[in-house]
Design a protein around this ligand. Structure first.
Ligand code: SPV
Ligand code: MG
Length: 246
């Protein structure tokens, strides 16, 4: 059946499945190592959400580890300090990186990768932080100049207007690079509209975990209430099907 083209290794969902918040409590190294099991069973390209990439002087080792394991792309976001998930309504503690510091990280990744097929996606948080189109554009151009292969423009608006406006402006830039978006809050927007506005990668960052978590909670509640699993059986995948998944 229809399949997704790639896997997004989300910092949010990789943290939540370990019972931790999306604040870099789960070390990048732990997440990278865990993905070596994913590549044993999947041929799909993996885009690794590396938060802000961590310390500049340690980045080269992480890049080597990612490439060795078979990860296809790294995505780093221009935040510094204590991390708050971008979709959180309270961004008062979030600080954006200076352009030059973030450029250094992009250059370090570019220098460290052994293959140009390992892509660098630079994520601009300006719209999340209310800094406006001008700031977003300036950053995207500078990250592109530093060597980013693609730009992720993030937004937590209810519609896609601001990222489409960004796309139209960035398209005219001589530093234009392919665009990536994450339609979590603007879920009413059809992919077609995003594709028609030049987005090349569309990431469904958390929907599958949200789906499974809901049923996991229902299942636990049902077993605890009924003191048997019979009542929930029709809502969960039959044993004879799940044993065939491996
Ligand atoms: C993630 O999935 O961890 C992301 C996307 O970075 S967001 O949660 O919107 O920050
Ligand atoms: Mg993340």
């Amino acid at each position: 059946y229809n399949e997704f083209d790639a896997i997004w290794s989300s910092s949010l969902t990789e943290s939540l499945i370990r019972g931790k918040p999306d604040n870099q409590a789960v070390e990048l190294t732990t997440r990278i190592e865990a993905l070596s099991e994913t590549v044993e069973v999947s041929k799909k390209p993996i885009i690794f959400d590396a938060d802000n990439g961590g310390d500049l002087h340690l980045l080269k080792f992480k890049i080597r580890a990612m490439e060795n394991i078979g990860i296809s792309a790294i995505c780093i976001e221009d935040k510094v300090g204590v991390k708050v998930n971008s979709l959180d309504s309270d961004q008062s503690k979030t600080k954006q990186s200076s352009i030059s510091v973030f450029q250094k990280k992009i250059k370090e990744i570019k220098k460290s990768r052994t293959s140009e097929d390992f892509l660098i996606i630079a994520r601009v948080e300006s719209l999340i932080l209310g800094k406006g189109q001008k700031d977003a554009l300036k950053r995207a151009e500078n990250y592109s100049k530093a060597g980013a292969d693609a730009i992720l423009i993030h937004s937590k608006n209810k519609n896609a207007d601001e990222i489409i406006e960004f796309s139209k402006k960035f398209k005219k830039s001589k530093f234009y690079k392919p665009l990536v978006c994450v339609p979590s809050t603007y879920s009413k927007t059809y992919e077609k509209k995003l594709i028609n506005n030049d987005f090349k990668i569309i990431i469904y960052a958390n929907q599958l975990l949200r789906a499974s978590y809901k049923v996991i909670l229902q299942t636990a509640a049902s077993i605890l209430k009924n003191e048997r699993s019979f009542e929930i059986e029709k809502k969960i995948i039959p044993i004879k099907e799940i044993i065939k998944l491996g």
